[in-house]
Design a protein around this ligand. Structure first.
Ligand SMILES: Cc1ncc(C[n+]2csc(CCOP(=O)(O)OP(=O)(O)O)c2C)c(N)n1
Ligand SMILES: [Mg+2]
Length: 367
């Protein structure tokens, strides 16, 4: 340890990896997983298709068709691996970047685009997909997820056939009070919740070293529950670790923090220009750890798929891109008064008054 090394940073971070960037399968004593060739092909398909939807969304924003888009580029494995670990009964709480998890929950990508086009106010029914609405207020969804998990506990929906909640947040979010408070509640109530932190190294232009002096997963021990760092660009490892954390949570073993160590390969959002604050070398180094390439090379080397399969997936991705684009452009503009719908489940006097005032204002344009 040098004089400059931060306290608590003595031990090298542990890192669960099952597939190297070169596509070599490696063993892990705690988190191994047996995947059939069909399951591996399914994961590869998911990764490619969500990347394609994301690419189309960025292009649509650049063409003025979306107001904004937060790209998931580089984070596909973290999202597909964890998303495919969920059962139908589990509940997921996303940020604004979890398009891959939304895909796993069966949310139509056009609904996501509609939100960023400003023509829907969330677009999907959280109860139908067990996937909550996107959350822009950094970290707030961690409290919602813990509250939901405590509800699961009180409903007695525990055990093998029970449910757990999982909440997604970024490295920057770990500095929020909400996230730290949610850790405390989860810990002392032993709530069935998995904290899934995608450490993509950046919070807009703030680098990881402005959030923490110790690896993020080690924060969990101070709150009294386990934490683990997983290779966030390794879809097998993300699946294995999340599956175990969810099973433990359902079985009554309480919360777990998973730090998926990954990289935001694109801009923070389409409003951001990362060349202003990070060097090109960094991106080049992470390109070598691409989450899709390693699965592809593993599949090739192990005859899990042939060229026809890869060609078919590429064709499917192109067709999906075209379909999503077409349906996005065809989305109708909403009724102006629809913004007041679904604010509360029950009638609300304040919202009713605002609706009436806005309706009167709109009538001023008629005739
Ligand atoms: C409470 C709150 N503060 C600030 C912001 C502005 N903001 C939007 S995204 C962001 C950075 C989040 O970084 P991180 O948690 O690492 O997630 P990432 O975008 O990298 O996925 C900030 C500060 C916000 N949306 N909410
Ligand atoms: Mg981040």
């Amino acid at each position: 340890m040098t004089a400059e090394a931060p306290h608590g940073a003595e031990a090298p971070p542990e890192f669960v990896q099952l597939l190297t960037p070169e596509g070599e399968r490696v063993e892990h004593p705690d988190y191994d997983i047996d995947l059939t060739p069909a399951e591996i092909r399914g994961l590869y398909r998911d990764l490619v298709l969500v990347r394609r939807v994301d690419l189309e969304a960025v292009a649509l924003q650049r063409q003025g068709e979306l107001g904004l888009w937060a790209s998931l580029l580089g984070q596909e494995a973290a999202q597909i691996g964890s998303g495919r670990a969920l059962t139908d009964a589990d509940m997921a709480f996303p940020t604004y970047r979890e398009h891959g998890v939304a895909w796993c929950r069966g949310v139509d990508p056009v609904n996501l685009l509609g939100l960023f086009r400003g023509v829907n106010h969330g677009g999907w029914d959280p109860a139908e997909h067990n996937f909550h609405l996107y959350t822009i207020v950094i970290g707030s969804q961690t409290l919602h997820a813990v509250g939901y998990a405590m509800g699961i506990q009180r409903d007695g929906a525990v055990g093998e056939d029970g449910a757990a909640s999982i909440v997604y947040f970024g490295d920057g979010a770990t500095s929020q009070g909400d996230v730290n408070e949610s850790f405390i509640w989860a810990s002392v109530f032993n709530a069935p919740v998995v904290f899934f932190c995608q450490n993509n190294q950046w919070a807009i232009s703030e680098p990881l070293e402005r959030q923490t002096r110790i690896p993020l997963y080690r924060r969990a021990s101070g709150f009294g529950f386990p934490g683990v760092r997983v290779d966030g660009n390794d879809v097998f490892a993300c699946l294995a670790v999340t599956r175990k954390a969810l099973a433990d949570a359902r079985a009554g073993q309480g919360p777990m923090l998973i730090e998926a160590f990954t990289y935001r390969m694109g801009a923070h959002t389409t409003s951001d220009d990362p060349t202003r604050y990070r060097v090109a070398d960094e991106l080049e180094a992470w390109k070598l750890k691409d989450p899709i390439e390693r699965v592809r090379s593993y599949m090739f080397k192990n005859q899990v798929a042939d060229q026809d399969f890869f060609d078919a997936i590429d064709a499917e991705a192109d067709a999906l891109g075209r379909d999503v684009r077409g349906r996005c452009l065809a989305l109708p503009d909403p009724e102006p008064l629809a913004i007041f719908d679904h604010v509360y489940a029950e009638p609300n006097r304040l919202v009713d008054a605002e609706r009436a005032r806005f309706a009167a204002y709109l009538e001023g344009f008629e005739g």
